[in-house]
Design a protein around this ligand. Structure first.
Ligand code: 5AD
Ligand code: SF4
Length: 432
């Protein structure tokens, strides 16, 4: 979502006639888009700001002005602390307020000594003010839903991105058509809790994600659809049917379980048990046996004992996730779990993460190796690191390299896979 937001912010600036520069030393305006999900992500901002401050001072000596802004969830959470922690910052905008950036810059240019902060949850939707989204390439994101009402006890999202809201069907379809007209072949629908999407249609009737997917699947020229991230308890039968019916919907689903222990899931305030998660997985497999599952995991949540951790390892063996993101629990200020008494030591968290990741990486490598000898469709979206090389994604989000000339760029080609590692595949193009 932050990549998408940054792209939209860049769009606002381009519309003002600004241009991207390669080096921070040449930038009149520097904006940091920030994440507050774990402590490490949030702290990174302040070390980056330290470096930006040095650039700002050096430019000042050359009589060049530098405006530095911070946007995103750290602003929402830390509010004016951002100014206190770094004297370099001129303005700060929360993730729901960045459509006001143009006005903020105008105000700042009128009064260069002011500090501007906006952490309001605005009554208007930023999407009504952002103008048209431009395709980033053949794979584009569209935010369709934002915020979350789930209040998992470890998570800052409901506080930083606010209550759950969905963009109207028509707005999303229009944005999608525009992106496809601009050259997008693949669209990835974004939301913190994307499958509880409930946007209104033109008659004011609320529609679910399955309805939206079916609408989008009709767009001429669109080849691939994805959505991320889903909440297990909100996967309905309608959505499962889409995985059976819509060829355009890629057979890959990021469906975080977080833990395999019902005790921990309850303490996390997740609205599902391990059993309910497995039921959803089985139904989806039945609908489309080619589907691969990805997940998120948190280890060392308060109260997690060896048995709970073992239950997490067991669920990995059962589902055999094709890829996963795994994290040590990070206590976040203002969330209930940060106050729980039975916190786990960093040493235990580290050990558990290592054990879990070894298992996850082994399944990921296995999955990639199983592709060897098979022919898979790949959307070649980038030049590789070496000359004559292109890279793209398989339907399962695997990174794949081929030797091919630029003429194949931005096309979906059939590739016979020849080798595989944990992180990538390589192969030969055998047809378009
Ligand atoms: N500590 C560690 N991981 C977290 N996540 C969310 N909050 C925390 C936290 N406090 C992880 C979850 C979520 C992903 C986006 O980040 O696994 O699915
Ligand atoms: Fe955070 Fe996801 Fe839970 Fe919402 S569902 S509170 S975004 S972890």
């Amino acid at each position: 979502m932050n990549v998408y937001d940054s792209h939209r912010i860049a769009g606002i600036l381009e519309n003002r006639g600004m241009k991207e520069v390669a080096r921070i030393d040449d930038a009149d305006l520097v904006i940091f888009n920030t994440c507050h999900i774990r402590e490490k992500a949030a702290e990174k901002l302040f070390s980056d700001l330290g470096r930006a401050d040095l650039v700002k001072q050096a430019r000042f000596l050359e009589r060049k002005d530098t405006i530095i802004g911070v946007v995103g969830c750290v602003v929402q959470a830390e509010d004016e602390q951002v100014f206190r922690r770094s004297g370099a910052v001129d303005f700060a905008l929360g993730p729901l307020a960045y459509h006001r950036l143009g006005k903020v810059l105008d105000d700042l240019l009128k009064n260069r000594d002011s500090l501007i902060i906006d952490t309001e949850f605005p009554p208007e939707s930023k999407f009504d003010y952002l103008g048209a989204n431009k395709a980033e390439g053949v794979c584009s994101y569209i935010a369709i839903q934002e915020g979350c009402d789930n209040f998992c006890t470890y998570c800052v999202v409901p506080y930083t991105r606010g209550v759950e809201t969905s963009r109207p069907i028509d707005d999303v379809v229009k944005e999608a058509r525009k992106l496809v007209a601009d050259g997008a072949l693949e669209l990835n629908l974004l939301g913190q809790n994307v499958n509880s999407y409930h946007g209104e249609d033109n008659n004011g009737k609320e529609r679910n994600l399955a309805y939206l997917l079916r609408e989008l699947s009709e767009i001429d020229g669109l080849k691939r659809l994805r959505y991320t991230t889903s909440y297990p308890a909100d996967v309905d039968d309608d959505l499962i049917a889409c995985h059976r019916d819509l060829d355009i919907l890629m057979p890959y689903l990021h469906l975080p379980i977080q833990s395999g222990s019902d005790k921990i899931l309850k303490a996390m305030n997740r609205r599902h048990t391990k059993g309910q998660y497995m039921e959803v997985v089985e139904k989806l497999y039945k609908a489309n046996p080619r589907i691969g599952f990805a997940s998120d995991f948190i280890v060392g949540f308060p109260g997690e004992d060896d048995k709970d951790f073992q239950a997490t390892l067991d669920v990995v063996d059962e589902v055999k996730f094709i890829t996963a993101f795994s994290f040590k629990y990070s206590p976040r200020p203002g969330t209930p779990a940060a106050e729980y008494p039975n916190q786990i030591s960093d040493k235990v968290k580290r050990e558990r993460l290592k054990i879990l990741q070894e298992k996850l990486f082994a399944y990921q490598t296995d999955f990639n190796r199983q592709t060897i000898g098979k022919t898979v469709p790949v959307l070649l979206e980038n030049k590789g690191r070496h000359a004559g090389q292109l890279t793209g994604r398989t339907p399962w989000m695997q990174n794949l390299y081929v030797c091919a000339d630029g003429g194949y760029l931005n096309k979906i080609v059939d590739v016979k896979v020849e080798s595989a590692t944990m992180n990538s595949l390589s192969g030969k193009i055998i047809g378009k």
